[in-house]
Design a protein around this ligand. Structure first.
Ligand code: TXA
Ligand code: MG
Length: 317
């Protein structure tokens, strides 16, 4: 089992020794290691059981540091960095020779983010390299939002998890890049599309691809619990599957007569819903229900990113 501790100096000792640690961020917990060393990055892929075509996000603490590793920063990228960093936004930029191929799966661009978590920001300030950190879950499974989630899934494979409480945002960062002067959103996430539009004007949301994804957060089946999960009208699905042990995950309702009933936000608050999404899915997955029945939330604000996760989690049936 990993040691869970809030000591950032101890975290640095492990990282400097080329080890991986669990790392809190405001979106989800990451599985972090030195992103400039191919042998460390290769351990990340191994521990997560992640395919090598799925590149990693680099985390650092300042725009100045990002500039050391990229060929240039488009104006719109600067605007977004200044508006939203530290925060749940990842930006794709042309990388230079300092970034190992493995970190970016051989692509020309590298993903950077300054996370908004006080402890992790303090740790990043102490390091002289950026941290590669995918979400700290086995590939394809639900992302972790507490140190306990990381312990359960990867605790036997890493020495240390930095304790950082429940992740404030609860879903992964929004991923943005630039193609021919256009701003493209490759993954919906913790920063709302409308917020990005306010800063750069029109954006293109890239349609999903399941064969050759630009970002495997775009794979059709992702974020999935091990239990079967169906998305639809909860009331009628409860009737249809009445012979099974049922767990429901609704936006703001509770249901009688099922084995477990959870709601993302009793008051219909979308930020609270995002924050609860992955931990509620986990609770249902770890319970004794046979089937998880869930519904789409309103398509407003973070609702788009929540629905995206629910849809991918639900392709199983
Ligand atoms: O909120 C987050 O972004 C969290 C926390 C830990 O920062 N990290 C996270 O990482 O969600 P991960 O590895 O689970 O998802 C990163 C996504 C992947 O789908 C990956 O393909 C995409 O970012 N990505 C990374 N580098 C890329 C690149 N050079 N080009 C295109 N997509 C890239
Ligand atoms: Mg992930």
């Amino acid at each position: 089992m990993a040691e869970i501790n809030s000591d950032i100096i101890r975290a640095k000792v492990f990282l400097d020794a080329n080890k991986l640690i669990g790392l809190p961020t405001e979106t989800v917990y990451g599985l972090a290691g030195n992103g400039l060393k191919a042998e460390v990055v290769s351990q990340i892929f191994e521990v997560k059981n992640r395919p090598h075509f799925d590149p990693l996000i680099l985390h650092t603490d300042s725009i100045e540091t990002v500039k050391k590793y990229v060929k240039g920063v488009p104006d719109n990228a600067y605007k977004l960095m200044n508006a939203f960093w530290p925060g749940p936004l990842t930006i794709l930029l042309e990388r230079n020779h300092l970034i190992p191929d493995l970190t970016c799966s051989g692509l020309d661009r590298v993903a950077f983010r300054i996370p908004n978590h006080p402890k992790t920001l303090n740790l990043l300030k102490l390091l002289d390299y950026p941290l590669a950190a995918p979400s700290a879950n086995p590939f394809g499974y639900i992302s972790p939002t507490t140190s306990e989630h990381v312990q359960k899934q990867l605790g036997d494979k890493i020495p240390y998890i930095l304790e950082g409480e429940l992740s404030e945002v609860g879903i992964e960062s929004t991923i943005v890049g630039f193609e021919k002067g256009k701003t493209i959103i490759y993954r919906l996430g913790g920063l709302e599309v409308d917020e990005i539009k306010k800063v750069v004007g029109e954006v293109t949301i890239l349609p999903h691809s399941s064969s050759k994804p630009d970002a495997p957060g775009m794979l059709k089946s992702h974020y999935a619990p091990r239990k079967d999960i169906i998305l639809g009208d909860i009331k009628s699905l409860i009737k249809k599957y009445s012979k099974l042990r049922i767990g429901t995950l609704s936006f703001s309702n509770f249901y009688e007569g099922v084995d477990m009933s959870l709601s993302l936000s009793a008051t219909g608050n979308m930020h609270e819903a995002a924050k609860n999404l992955f931990s509620h899915l986990r609770k249902l997955d770890e319970s004794n229900v046979d089937l998880i029945i869930t519904e789409k939330v309103p398509q407003t604000g973070l609702g788009k990113a929540i629905n995206d996760r629910l849809q991918r989690a639900a392709v199983k049936i």
